[in-house]
Write a protein that binds this ligand. Structure first.
Ligand SMILES: Nc1ncnc2c1ncn2[C@@H]1O[C@H](COP(=O)(O)OP(=O)(O)O)[C@@H](O)[C@H]1O
Ligand SMILES: [Mg+2]
Length: 276
């Protein structure tokens, strides 16, 4: 794919009025040059509603991780704007960006990224300890109970199962009550039972605690835990689905060919699938 012409595809998924924890305006990201050029994001305009669980789905190579990394300020865009709340990331200097990431954003990755020499509890509070912030005791207690880690707080990561380690990573992301949590394939390294636990917990933190979560996944059953699903193909948002079920997500994913290209028009509201 070498086409760099700006496109208006995905404009129907553009955020209108509403309360968004994060937004992008026409963001583009191109890797490489000449023949090796890859358009990873092609004018993506999207809003992430506050207090909801949003999944980003799409075939491998469709730009899911790039979109997440650009929204989270882990990677820079070539053009366009990214906002977290009212703050335009794309205008921040490095130091300000680091601080914003630390104070307003939580991360959960496929690899748990825990510090092996620290206990579960120390891992959970580490980002706040580094920032010199005190954990809100009541909140921290609620988070620990929600992820079911109370009996494991003194264990080190090697003494925990994969599912427990990922729950520590979830608690770490939630502990500082960030504006938004970005999760990239958070259940990618887990068996289906542990994966279901982690997904159920992420959903609970949205429902009960009002957390905003964006999760990148290629697994329809994981996406079904979300309130809405955005579908990416070739670096563009090509569809949106609210109240997804694994069956409907799987059905929609069949609309991408072997190369990951979209073969269907965006769904219409009549089919129960609507752009928000
Ligand atoms: N650092 C990079 N250098 C070059 N190409 C990259 C880099 N990161 C991603 N890409 C390319 O950009 C496209 C989107 O990648 P990615 O966002 O990782 O997709 P996904 O997460 O949906 O699998 C792919 O074609 C990928 O090969
Ligand atoms: Mg990826």
């Amino acid at each position: 794919m070498t086409n760099t012409a700006p496109s208006t595809a995905g404009a129907e998924h553009a955020p209108g009025a509403g309360d968004f924890a994060a937004r992008t305006q026409q963001i583009a990201k191109v890797y490489g040059r000449g023949d090796a050029q890859v358009v990873a994001l092609d004018a993506v305009t999207v809003g992430i509603p506050r207090g909801r669980f949003t999944a980003i789905m799409g075939p491998s190579g469709s730009g899911k991780s790039t979109l997440m990394h650009c929204m989270a300020g882990l990677d820079s865009v070539d053009s366009g704007q990214v906002l977290i709340g009212d703050t335009e990331l794309t205008r921040l200097k490095d130091k300000q960006l680091t601080r914003l990431r630390r104070d307003k954003i939580g991360f959960i990755f496929q690899a748990f990224n825990l510090v092996p020499t620290l206990t579960a509890l120390e891992n959970i509070t580490l980002p706040m300890d580094i920032a010199g912030r005190k954990a809100d005791k009541e909140w921290l207690d609620a988070v620990i109970d929600t992820v079911g880690l109370r009996p494991r707080l003194k264990h080190r990561p090697t003494e925990l199962s994969g599912g427990q380690q990922q729950r520590v990573a979830c608690a770490r992301a939630l502990a500082s009550r960030p504006e938004i949590i970005f999760a990239d394939e958070p259940t990618g390294n887990l068996d289906s039972r542990s994966g279901a636990e982690v997904l159920g917990f992420l959903r609970d933190s949205v429902r009960r605690m009002g957390q905003t979560i964006v999760m990148v996944t290629h697994d329809p059953s994981a996406a079904a835990y979300a309130d809405q699903v955005l579908f990416l193909s070739d670096g563009q948002i090509v569809d949106t689905m609210t109240e997804p079920t694994a069956e409907r997500v799987l059905e929609r994913m069949k609309g991408f060919d072997a190369g990951g290209h979209n073969t269907r028009p965006a769904s219409t509201p009549e089919s129960g699938v609507s752009a928000r």
